[in-house]
Design a protein around this ligand. Structure first.
Ligand code: SF4
Ligand code: SF4
Length: 261
């Protein structure tokens, strides 16, 4: 899910689709554009994307971040984003593209799963509320849009096994929104707090090591079910990381983690 926050839906390219709307699409190796969409991309990875990709490649999360991503701070943002680094070749291909297709296909990022649908977070400033919105917007060269297989958002999500990705991305988007309040003041995300939060969000193996080997467990009480799973379950570590960021940086009470009295 590529989440684009907006308060102006009319300015977004593509056709907005609601739950009951349909779109036609089919991608298969016989299309002349096969794999053309896997190059020169500018897309951000969510923490759950990184978990799945590092598991697929069987490497630790810090090695994945070092070898496959660039960390960028977008203008007006107070927390970095993680950009998938394209290969250093004339076509700037995705690092996971091979002649036979995507080498991480079962663990491909959310943006690839959702394509040609993009998701956004609509911010209704008047009501101080957010809701997800969806747009069908394949690039012009994509032949798949002219095929006749019909989908709704739900059937496409099921076909692409994207339901859990949707949940994880929406949970992370709600944490990311909090950073609009700039919790680092003038010190910025390079501060110690900022680096700790980045680790908790994106570097799941390093955060697990920190939780298990520092005084973290003496200082914080972790919800019992979550605590049992953190040794072996990356998603549990990520959920703890999100809860800890909310509490540590923003003072939000969460059931997952509390300061010990
Ligand atoms: S451009 Fe569209 S049809 Fe072509 S390979 Fe990509 S998703 Fe499939
Ligand atoms: S991860 Fe796979 S599907 Fe996504 S852009 Fe790269 S090669 Fe294409």
């Amino acid at each position: 899910m590529k989440l684009v926050e907006t308060d102006n839906l009319s300015g977004i390219r593509g056709r907005m689709i609601k739950d009951t709307d349909t779109f036609t699409f089919r991608c298969h190796p016989a299309v002349s554009c096969f794999n053309k969409c896997c190059r020169n991309l500018n897309f951000y990875l969510n923490p759950y994307d990184i978990i799945r990709l590092k598991q697929s490649l069987n490497i630790p999360s810090d090695a994945f971040i070092d070898n496959y991503t660039d960390i960028v701070l977008r203008p007006g943002h107070h927390f970095p984003d993680v950009l998938l680094r394209m290969a250093d070749n004339p076509e700037k291909t995705c690092p996971f593209l091979t002649d036979g297709g995507c080498r991480v296909y079962p663990d491909r990022p959310h943006t690839c799963r959702a394509f040609p649908v993009e998701h956004g977070l609509y911010v209704d400033a008047g009501k101080n509320a957010t809701r997800l919105v969806h747009f069908f917007r394949p690039p012009e060269f994509c032949e798949g849009q002219h095929e006749d297989t019909v989908w709704t958002l739900k059937t496409w999500e099921a076909d692409q096994e994207a339901a859990f990705y949707n949940q994880m991305t929406a949970a992370w988007a709600n944490v990311m929104r909090l950073f609009q309040a700039n919790p680092f003041g003038g010190q910025g995300p390079e501060s110690q707090k900022g680096r700790m939060a980045f680790m908790a969000a994106y570097n799941v193996d390093a955060f697990r090591e920190f939780v298990l080997t520092s005084s973290f467990l003496q200082r914080y009480k972790i919800e019992a079910g979550l605590r049992m799973r953190i040794k072996s379950d990356d998603v549990a570590v990520f959920k703890l990381g999100m809860a800890w960021i909310k509490m540590f940086l923003f003072g939000v009470k969460t059931p997952e983690v509390k300061v010990k009295r």
